[in-house]
Write a protein that binds this ligand. Structure first.
Ligand SMILES: [Zn+2]
Length: 270
């Protein structure tokens, strides 16, 4: 699933072709993509609106439209957005298309069909329960330490909880815990302040490195232009089961935790 760095890469690369462009219509072939409002109301309200800016909150893409409404897209498992000339043959698995006044289209391709699209006046309707943004100035090591102490939960699934921190998924949770040398099964309230500081630094460093590398292509993720990210080559534990830890040489282990793969080094994560 695209996580914060993959969504951030998508946002950055959609700005040039989309900001300032006007949406002329919406075609949809998979109604469950459209969460709110109804398809007919969505088509009416989005048509004629100009895209003023594109931003990100957690794993959501936010398209601010003139008139005050926000188009929100979540890519979920396999979603991919691209901007192409309207006369380019439509690709397989494109279920939602925004047509543009300049003869291009914003196409939402989504093999697994879990993606979601919203048009709202109040963003909190969709984003209201998200935890802090991990690269924001409000997200300090002290805040993380307090948050961890309050929750008393197993670390790995807690890091995946979008109401705890927004944007982290399976890959970057494993990578951050490894970089911070913290075992994924630790209870959150057992971390001392130095461990919380290490985890905070690891989360920010991993996410920034992944953004600088255009995200990680471990399965479906592609940048808007169809090319792969480059972060997969820099992963330390994710997808490296039985390979030696780059820090201590111990074979990386993979366990199932809440139905999700968790990769860690039994040698240096305590
Ligand atoms: Zn190790």
């Amino acid at each position: 699933m695209p996580e914060l760095p993959e969504v951030e890469t998508t946002v950055r690369e959609l700005r040039a072709p989309l900001v300032g462009q006007t949406i002329t219509g919406l075609r949809n072939h998979w109604l469950r993509h459209i969460v709110t409002p109804s398809l007919s109301s969505f088509q009416e309200r989005v048509s004629g609106r100009a895209i003023q800016s594109i931003d990100r909150r957690g794993k959501y893409l936010l398209f601010s439209l003139d008139g005050g409404e926000t188009l929100i897209i979540h890519l979920k498992m396999t979603g991919h957005l691209s901007v192409v000339p309207a006369d380019l043959p439509i690709e397989d698995h494109v279920h939602t298309v925004f047509t543009l006044a300049n003869g291009h289209e914003l196409r939402f391709r989504d093999t697994r069909k879990f993606g979601r699209v919203y048009l709202v006046r109040n963003q909190d309707q969709v984003l209201g329960n998200l935890g802090p943004e991990p690269l924001s100035t409000e997200f300090t090591a002290e805040l993380l330490h307090e948050m961890l102490r309050r929750r008393k939960r197993v670390l790995k699934p807690l890091l995946l909880d979008q109401t705890f921190i927004a944007g982290i998924g399976n890959i970057y949770a494993d990578e951050a815990l490894h970089q911070a040398k913290i075992h994924p099964l630790r209870k959150s309230n057992t971390l001392n302040i130095d461990e919380s500081k290490s985890l905070h630094a690891a989360i920010q460093e991993i996410l920034l490195l992944a953004i600088s590398r255009g995200g990680a292509t471990v399965d479906d993720y592609r940048r808007p232009d169809g090319t792969k990210g480059e972060m997969q080559a820099a992963l330390s534990v994710y997808g490296r089961e039985d390979e030696p830890c780059l820090r201590c040489g111990t074979p990386i282990e993979r366990i199932l935790l809440g139905g999700r793969s968790t990769h860690y080094c039994p040698g240096c994560q305590k």
